[in-house]
Design a binder for this molecule. Structure first.
Ligand code: HEC
Ligand code: HEC
Ligand code: HEC
Ligand code: HEC
Ligand code: HEC
Length: 444
C-alpha cells in the first residue's frame, strides 16, 4: 500500500537531535571572498549578472525549498520531520556539493563536510556562481569499475586556482583578470558536473540521459544550445567591451519557462467507438528535450489527464483497467482533513510520467512514496519519457445507452515541479504549468 508522506513521517522521533547537529556544524570557514562574488563580476558583466540572477541557479542560495527539504522544516521554520536531515538523524551528507560548490571543495580540502542548511542560512558561499563555473578547468564523469558514477564534486571537478577566468571566446581580453580559452564551456560535461547525482539510484540522470540521446543521434544539441539560447542582437560581454555576435544568454531557462514546456512534448489523440465503449488512445512523445522529461530529479512529474464528456456535457464513466487511473502522487487531498482541491487528481483517468521512488526504512515499517533520491530503496515506477520514444496508452469510457450523438474528449499534459502529495505535506504550492491540450469531438 502507498502511504502519504506526512502520515508515515509524523512520529519520527529525532527532532530533538537536530538543534544540536546544527550547532556543531557551524564550525566552517565562509568562502565569501568578495572577489569571487557574482556582484563583483556583475560590476563589469552587468547584463550577464542580470540574466543569471533571473535563473534558478542564480537564486539557489535563497531557494526556501532546498533549505526546507534539507533541514526538514516548514515555511515557518518549524521541524516537520520531512526531508534529508530527519531521515539521516542530522547527517550532512553530500547535499552541499552542487548547491554551495565552492565551499564544499574548500572544506573538503580541510577534511570537513559542509552542512547545507547552515551554509544557506548564514550565506557562507556564493552559490552556483560566475566564479565557480568560470574557474572549472577539468571535469571527469567516467563510471567506476562497479558501473556507477562517482558524483561527489571533489571527485568530478578540478578548479583553476590561479585567478584566470575560463570561457569560450577566443579573442577576449580583460584588464580585471587573466583569461583562459576553454572548450569545456561549450561541452555538456560542464553541466554534467551537477546534473548527475548517483545515490542508490542515479536519481539525477540528466547528463547521462542526454549523453545516451546525443551518442545515438536523437539530439544534436548540447545543454548550452537549449538552455542558454543565443542573443538575437550583438551584445557586449562586459561594460565598454566590443559588441559581439553569437553570444548565449545566462538565463538557464528550464521547466519554469512556458516556451521550453511547450516545445518539450507532443500529444496525439485517436478515438474509436466499439459498441457502447469509447476508446481513447493517447501518444505522448518527447520531441524537444535532449534528455528524459521530466528532465531531472525524482520529485518532478508530468501528468496526462484524459476526460470524456457525453452529449449533455456530463463526464463519461471510466470503464477501463484501474491501471489507467492516476496514482496517489497526483494528489490525494489535504493530509489532515482529507479534503480534495482542484489539483488533486489521484484516481482520475490519466498517466503520470515521472521517476518515482519508494522508501521502506521508516521506523514504523510503513512505505513512503515519492521520496527524494536519498531515501530511495526501490523504484516505484519510472515512466519518464526518453527523447523520440513515443508512449501510447488506451483509456475506455462508457457511452450512454440507447442514444447516439457527439461526445468530446479532452486530453492535456501538465507539468508539476513536485508531487502533489509532497507539496501538501510540506506546505508548498503547485503552480499551473500547461504543456499541451487536445480537444476531439467523437460521434457515436
Ligand atoms: C552554470 C555555469 C555558469 C554560471 C553560473 C555562469 N556562467 Fe558564464 N558561461 C557559462 C557557459 C557554459 C558559457 C559558454 C556559453 C557558450 O556556449 O557560448 C559562459 C559564457 C560566459 C562568458 C563569455 C561570453 C558569453 O556570454 O558567451 C562570460 C563573459 C561569462 N560567461 C560570464 C559570466 C558571469 C559574469 C556570470 C555570473 C553573473 C556567469 N558567467 C555565470 C557557464 C556559466
Ligand atoms: C550532484 C549534484 C547534487 C547534489 C549532490 C544534490 N543536489 Fe539538489 N539539485 C541538484 C540539481 C541539478 C537540481 C535541479 C533540479 C533537478 O535537476 O533535479 C537540484 C534541485 C534540488 C531541489 C529542488 C529545488 C526546487 O526548487 O525545485 C531540492 C529540494 C534539492 N535539490 C535538495 C537537495 C538535497 C536535500 C540534497 C542532499 C540529499 C541535494 N539536493 C543534493 C543537484 C544536486
Ligand atoms: C573590471 C571589469 C571586470 C570584472 C570585475 C570582471 N570581468 Fe570578466 N571580463 C571583463 C572584460 C573587459 C572581458 C572581455 C570582454 C570582451 O573581450 O568582449 C571579460 C571577459 C570575461 C570572460 C570571457 C572569457 C572568454 O574567453 O570567453 C569570462 C568567463 C569572465 N570575464 C568572467 C569573469 C568572472 C567570473 C568575474 C568575477 C569573478 C569577472 N569576469 C569579473 C571585465 C571584467
Ligand atoms: C555547481 C553545480 C551546477 C552546475 C555546474 C550546473 N548546474 Fe544547473 N542547477 C544546479 C542546481 C543545484 C540547480 C537547482 C537550483 C535550485 O532550484 O535551487 C540547477 C538548476 C538548473 C536548471 C533548472 C531550471 C528550472 O527552472 O527548473 C537548469 C535549466 C540548469 N540548471 C541548467 C544548467 C546548465 C545548462 C548548466 C551548464 C552550462 C548547468 N546547469 C550547470 C547546479 C548546477
Ligand atoms: C534539445 C534541447 C535540450 C537539450 C539538449 C537539453 N535540454 Fe534540458 N530541457 C529541455 C526542455 C524542453 C526542458 C523542459 C521539459 C522538462 O523539464 O523536462 C528541459 C528541462 C531541463 C531541466 C529542468 C528540470 C527541472 O526539474 O526543472 C534541467 C535541470 C535541464 N533541462 C538540464 C539540462 C542539462 C544539464 C542538459 C545537458 C546535459 C540539458 N538539459 C540538455 C531541453 C533540452
Amino acid at each position: 500500500m502507498e502511504n502519504n508522506q506526512s502520515h508515515s513521517m509524523k512520529h519520527y522521533p529525532i527532532w530533538a537531535l537536530l538543534g544540536l547537529s546544527m550547532l556543531l556544524a557551524s564550525n566552517v570557514s565562509a568562502d565569501t571572498d568578495p572577489m569571487k562574488s557574482p556582484q563583483f563580476c556583475g560590476g563589469c558583466h552587468t547584463r550577464i549578472y542580470k540574466e543569471w540572477q533571473s535563473s534558478a541557479m542564480g537564486r539557489d542560495l535563497t531557494n526556501p525549498v532546498v533549505y526546507q527539504f534539507y533541514s526538514g522544516t516548514n515555511g515557518k521554520g518549524e521541524q516537520d520531520g520531512i526531508g534529508y536531515q530527519p531521515f539521516t538523524h542530522g547527517a550532512k551528507g553530500d547535499c552541499a556539493d552542487c548547491h554551495v560548490p565552492q565551499l564544499t571543495l574548500d572544506e573538503h580540502g580541510k577534511g570537513r563536510e559542509v552542512d547545507l542548511g547552515v551554509a544557506l542560512k548564514e550565506k557562507l558561499d556564493h552559490g552556483i556562481s560566475c566564479n565557480f563555473c568560470h574557474t572549472i578547468e577539468h571535469v571527469n564523469l567516467d563510471k567506476g569499475a562497479d558501473g556507477r558514477y562517482k558524483t561527489r564534486l571533489f571527485e568530478t571537478v578540478k578548479l583553476d586556482e590561479s585567478g584566470a577566468k575560463h570561457g569560450p571566446i577566443e579573442d577576449a581580453h580583460s584588464p580585471a583578470h587573466p583569461i583562459k580559452v576553454s572548450a569545456l564551456h561549450r561541452d555538456s560535461k560542464l553541466c554534467g558536473t551537477c546534473h548527475l547525482n548517483q545515490e542508490k539510484f542515479l536519481s539525477i540522470s540528466t547528463y547521462a540521459d542526454w549523453k545516451e540521446a546525443y551518442d545515438s543521434g536523437k539530439t544534436r544539441d548540447t545543454c548550452q544550445t537549449c538552455h542558454m539560447p543565443l542573443h538575437a542582437d550583438k551584445v557586449e560581454l562586459a561594460l565598454g567591451g566590443p559588441l559581439r555576435e553569437g553570444v548565449r544568454t545566462h538565463t538557464f531557462i528550464g521547466a519554469s519557462d512556458q516556451g521550453m514546456l511547450k516545445q518539450a512534448l507532443d500529444l496525439k489523440v485517436q478515438t474509436r467507438v466499439e459498441g457502447r465503449t469509447l476508446i481513447v488512445s493517447t501518444t505522448v512523445e518527447n520531441i524537444g528535450a535532449g534528455h528524459r522529461v521530466p528532465g531531472s530529479g525524482p520529485i518532478r512529474n508530468v501528468i496526462l489527464k484524459v476526460d470524456a464528456f457525453g452529449p449533455d456535457g456530463a463526464a463519461l464513466k471510466y470503464a477501463g483497467d484501474p491501471k489507467g487511473l492516476l496514482p496517489s502522487l497526483a494528489g490525494m487531498g489535504n493530509p489532515k482533513t482529507g479534503a480534495r482541491d482542484a489539483l488533486d487528481w489521484a484516481g482520475l483517468p490519466g498517466k503520470m510520467y515521472a521517476k518515482a521512488y519508494q522508501s521502506a526504512v521508516m521506523p514504523n515499517g510503513q512505505k513512503m512514496v515519492g521520496v527524494g533520491g536519498f531515501a530511495a530503496d526501490t523504484i516505484l515506477f519510472d515512466t519518464a519519457l526518453k527523447p523520440r520514444e513515443p508512449d501510447t496508452v488506451e483509456f475506455r469510457f462508457a457511452l450512454p445507452e440507447g442514444t447516439s450523438g457527439m461526445a468530446e474528449v479532452k486530453a492535456s499534459l501538465t507539468y508539476r515541479w513536485v508531487f502533489k502529495t509532497l507539496a501538501d505535506s510540506k506546505g508548498w504550492s503547485i503552480d499551473y504549468r500547461p504543456m499541451r491540450e487536445v480537444h476531439q469531438p467523437v460521434s457515436f
